[in-house]
Design a protein around this ligand. Structure first.
Ligand code: FAD
Length: 299
């Protein structure tokens, strides 16, 4: 896409940020510093992941509740249904509602061991679409769901994965946040196919700034995202150069965002890995600037 480098990006994009629940006090401080750094960019929401099989249930709750209480940013809690009964899910969802959390990212979750087939809990939900339905009966949450531009690895085919996405949206979700991907064309193809499948809800690209390609390769296999060969080459020889890797991560992700923006995308969701700087730099390149009120508060 031939657009002038970062010119014309006037900050009209909406952004959201994803964090994971911290395990230690030190990690909690890092996470909190990141939230405070990103808050002046006025994110639409920030979300906090739920560890595999609900393993971070309390920590996710504590993190989301703190964001909801101490910042003006709308906080969203990820919630998975794997390994849980409907009653357990209802209890978790109810406690979010009581803590003032109004937005859930509803997911099925992965089977406990890699390579195993997903087995629903005998008294649980079979899929994320069923979970969305169940949550809507518990309280009028705003719900986001997951989407896979390069198709979820367990899907029978791309069309059946799109049909599944449509079921989740028809069940009451208002947007889909995508798995990470590394070429704008992958997202545009997905957006076109989703449109052809009758999906008209917001499709928000998930942006993962990659500064460690070996680590990213581990997740990518599990979640159906492809790492292009050029990305392997980009990081070659940089094992002992963390600062150079950060600069390259920002450049690659910003270039992806620029192409998405040129193709009409105005919402971006950043996988921050609890570090603010990369996402902040990319948002800056997209023209996002701290809002006056938020800036005064941060000062
Ligand atoms: P579903 O939408 O239920 O789909 C799962 C698979 O089943 C797909 O292949 C789908 O096509 C297929 N399928 C479903 N229903 C049918 C049907 N009726 N007929 C045929 N096929 C069907 N995981 C966590 O553990 N914690 C998190 O916090 C977390 N956050 C995430 C955030 C985002 C933005 C994304 C993209 C993923 C996240 N995940 C998280 C990962 C997610 O849990 C896994 O990718 C999981 O394997 C699928 O979850 P889903 O909600 O997409 O499932």
């Amino acid at each position: 896409l031939d657009v002038p480098l970062f010119a014309g990006l006037n900050g009209d994009a909406d952004v959201s940020f994803e964090f994971f629940p911290p395990k230690t006090e030190k990690m909690e401080q890092t996470l909190w510093d990141s939230v405070v750094t990103l808050e002046p960019l006025n994110p639409r929401f920030v979300s906090v992941t739920y560890g595999a099989g609900g393993s971070t249930r309390e920590r996710t709750h504590a993190t989301v509740a703190r964001i909801a209480k101490e910042t003006p940013i709308p906080a969203a809690a990820h919630l998975t249904c794997v390994g849980a009964s409907k009653a357990e899910i209802a209890e978790v969802a109810q406690s979010y509602w009581e803590a003032g959390v109004r937005h859930i990212v509803a997911l099925r979750g992965d089977p406990p061991a890699e390579g195993q087939a997903f087995e629903p809990h005998p008294e649980g939900y079979n899929s994320a679409a069923e979970l969305v339905n169940g949550l809507k009966d518990i309280a009028p949450f705003e719900i986001s769901v997951a989407a896979y531009p390069e198709t979820h690895p367990e899907a029978n085919c791309p069309q059946s994965d799109l049909d599944n996405l449509k079921r989740k949206l028809d069940a009451g979700a208002s947007r889909a946040i995508s798995q990470f991907f590394f070429t704008a064309e992958a997202f545009f193809r997905f957006r076109d196919a989703a449109g052809a499948a009758g999906i008209d809800a917001e499709l928000v690209p998930g942006i993962l700034p990659v500064s460690n390609v070996a680590q990213t390769r581990k997740f990518a296999g599990m979640c159906g995202a492809e790492i292009p060969v050029w990305m392997n080459d980009l990081f070659e020889g940089l094992d002992d150069h963390p600062a150079a890797r950060q600069l390259i991560a920002a450049t690659v992700a910003a270039e992806l965002c620029r192409k998405l923006y040129a193709g009409g995308v105005r919402q971006f969701h950043f996988y921050t890995l609890n570090r603010a700087e990369l996402s902040y730099a990319i948002c800056h390149l997209l023209g996002k600037r701290p809002s006056g009120a938020a800036q005064e508060k941060a000062a």
